[in-house]
Write a protein that binds this ligand. Structure first.
Ligand SMILES: [Zn+2]
Length: 112
């Protein structure tokens, strides 16, 4: 993911509108790119700040810490989610392969 892509996803990230694959790629970029990190931070502070004012909450002082925790948490979730869908895919493929082998066995037994 490049900076342009990452920056176009900032608002969707904050609003939880990215799927787990996009979230993971986005965070991986953010962690290596100070420019996009700043951009995310500014947007995050504005969005969360407004939300908290709306809800009448006392403003959190340490937005940076809150954002970092949020990033870490969502990265873990995205990775776990990806692993889960990956292992599901492996199970499905294993099932299809064994079904195909079983069918092949039946066909061979029939021919021979
Ligand atoms: Zn960047």
């Amino acid at each position: 993911m490049n900076c342009q892509e990452a920056q176009s996803k900032i608002l969707n990230y904050i609003n939880h509108n990215l799927d787990h694959e996009e979230t993971k790629e986005f965070i991986e970029h953010i962690r290596t790119c100070p420019d996009c990190q700043d951009e995310l931070e500014i947007n995050y502070i504005v969005m969360i700040g407004m939300q908290q004012l709306d809800d009448g909450e006392i403003l959190s002082v340490d937005f940076r810490k809150k954002l970092k925790e949020d990033i870490d948490k969502r990265y873990d979730e995205a990775v776990r989610e990806e692993e889960r869908s990956h292992s599901f895919r492996v199970i499905v493929i294993a099932f299809i392969v064994s079904l195909a082998l079983w069918l092949l066995g039946r066909i061979l037994a029939f021919i021979i």
